[in-house]
Design a protein around this ligand. Structure first.
Ligand code: SF4
Length: 547
């Protein structure tokens, strides 16, 4: 009888799902290992419970997927299983072990793309043979034995993916060489068959999967292919599709096309990392800032694709001043989200060659984050950490979008967030302990919103627009705001939407707010749709008297 072959991993959150397990399962079954199964767990589940569940499946052979978010828990699980069932044959794979000098004791290591090596490993295990050292070395070497690209999802996966992201690959590999990134090691880019991808997406969508993350390292490497697929996906307006794209590869004809796609269905994640050309050269990143900025500006202006940008703090040679210059310039583009991350020294990434030269110190275990370098002291990094936290609270939450537009016209971006950081610090420094009302109050107090009628109207609209609320916060009903306040009434078309008076006529187009002073208070209600609407929700701004 075919052995019982298990494939397991620990996801960071319930909404995630494990694509790699499905490739490996299918490869094993194609090779005749018909009793191959997968199980997904969560990193915060107790190890003994995970082990008990695995043992209940009675595996003979087990593959464990190890990632940056689950290394500690995976190694603990392996040790427990080995002691509970010493005859269990265990193989580990995944980016987090692909560059380990040795596999965990008693395990076999598969590095990089695993489908072909895994099947080889299973055949050896079936025969009860120990592979020769040369074979073990080849399995443990990244980039060897590249497999044919096959579809990952089967009917049996559908019940597990209902309320999760489904991860999709249309290509593997990246031609770029950014030295902080493991994809810099890829030798080739290979493409999946387009018909297979469409059949997979149809299978998943028919089963009710709503959120898709394409994990191609550069989705727009082949623009014609990208456009064909996006044209087809555009018909599914009630779904969400996320892609990683290289911003300066987006040409005019692609941007023309993107200006026609349905609003809020697509999200682009675009790495910017730094705007400093010298730093980019040091990390072997090719980036044309002019083309990139023009593309980003246009995407934001059209407001049809949700744009998530990334900056990396702590790149070699970047001082605090240079980092803040990147923040200043990129924030002014007004991307929908901007992640401020810190450089990680991922095992295997070529950037390790710069550790000595730049005197890097970094955490020796996940998440391998930098602590300081020659040009960036540990104190600077702590400052940037606090800055990034405040940026998340007031920028990436999107709760202050209209107000920040006003503030950025009057002062430097960095000054705005520095003021908020200091105020948050004075308030105890706990960003996650602030109620919604307290966040708005802190913003209003720190940036002196009450002094300016336009700033007051913007903040009021921010409060009503970016979340469903049933009344204005208390501080907006005290001096100097109350002269504008009437008793709370609700919108006739939706009794849960409060009506609020404004000192301006408000016009909202493509996410941008225009205000024209009004001679007398004008009343508006913000009516939220019953269901969430993709990446760019658009509540209705309704003027009383125009219903
Ligand atoms: S950062 Fe992006 S473009 Fe650069 S090597 Fe990695 S995947 Fe490729």
């Amino acid at each position: 009888m075919s052995p019982s072959v298990g494939l397991v991993t620990l996801n960071a959150r319930y909404i995630h799902s494990a694509l790699a397990l499905r490739y490996l399962r299918n490869a094993a079954r194609r090779a005749g290992f018909s009793r191959t199964w997968i199980r997904e767990y969560l990193i915060h589940q107790p190890t003994w419970k995970i082990a008990a569940d695995i043992l209940q499946q009675a595996p003979d052979i087990l593959g464990v997927g190890v990632y940056i978010w689950n290394r500690r828990q995976s190694l603990e699980l392996i040790e427990m299983l080995q002691k509970q069932k010493p005859e269990l044959v265990i193989c580990v794979g995944g980016p987090e072990v692909s560059f380990d000098p040795e596999p965990p004791p008693g395990c076999t290591l598969i590095a990089g793309e695993g489908e072909a090596k895994w099947v080889d490993f299973l055949r050896y295990a079936m025969r009860g043979e120990r592979p020769e050292p040369a074979v073990l070395r080849r399995w443990a070497t990244y980039g060897t034995d590249l497999p044919a690209l096959e579809a990952p999802y089967l009917e049996e996966d559908l019940p597990h993916l209902q309320h999760r992201y489904a991860y999709i690959e249309t290509s593997r590999g990246c031609p770029y060489r950014c030295s902080f990134c493991l994809s810099a090691l890829d030798e080739t880019v290979r493409y999946f068959d387009e018909a297979v991808i469409r059949r997979q997406l149809t299978l998943l969508m028919d089963a009710g999967v709503r959120k898709f993350k394409f994990v191609d390292r550069t989705f727009n490497l082949n623009p014609k292919r990208m456009r064909r697929l996006m044209e087809w996906l555009a018909q599914f307006e009630d779904r969400e599709f996320h892609f990683e794209v290289v911003g300066d590869l987006l040409r005019e004809d692609m941007l023309d096309f993107l200006s026609t796609v349905p609003r809020g269905v697509f999200q682009f994640e675009i790495g910017i990392q730094t705007v400093d050309p010298e730093v980019n050269a040091r990390i072997e990143r090719r980036q044309n800032n002019d083309t990139l900025f023009a593309a980003l500006e246009r995407l934001v202006r059209e407001d049809r694709v949700h744009v998530h940008g990334d900056l990396i703090f702590g790149l070699p040679g970047e001082t605090r001043e240079k980092i803040l210059e990147s923040v200043e310039r990129v924030t002014r583009l007004r991307l929908h989200e901007l992640q401020l991350g810190f450089l990680k020294f991922l095992p295997g990434a070529p950037i390790s060659g710069l550790i000595k030269e730049h005197d890097y110190r970094y955490l020796s275990h996940p998440p391998y984050e930098m602590i300081c370098h020659r040009d960036l002291a540990a104190g600077d990094v702590l400052y940037l950490k606090a800055f990034a936290e405040v940026f998340d609270l007031f920028y990436n939450s999107k709760r202050f979008r209209f107000s920040l537009d006003f503030q950025f016209r009057r002062r430097r971006v960095v000054d705005v967030f520095d003021a908020l950081r200091e105020a948050l610090d004075r308030a105890g420094g706990k960003s996650d302990a602030l109620s919604l009302e307290a966040q708005y109050e802190l913003f209003a107090r720190t940036l002196k919103v009450a002094d300016h009628p336009e700033a007051r109207d913007r903040l009021k609209l921010d409060y009503l627009y970016h979340q469903r609320v049933f009344r204005l916060p208390g501080f907006m009903q005290r001096a100097p705001w109350p002269a504008e306040e009437a008793e709370v009434r609700t919108w006739p078309g939706d009794r849960r939407s409060p009506v609020a008076p404004f000192r301006h006529v408000l016009r909202l187009t493509a996410g941008r707010l225009e205000l024209t002073p009004a001679p007398a208070p004008v009343e508006y209600a913000v009516v939220h749709p019953p269901k969430t609407q993709g990446y760019l929700p658009a509540p209705r701004l309704c003027r009383v008297g125009e219903e």
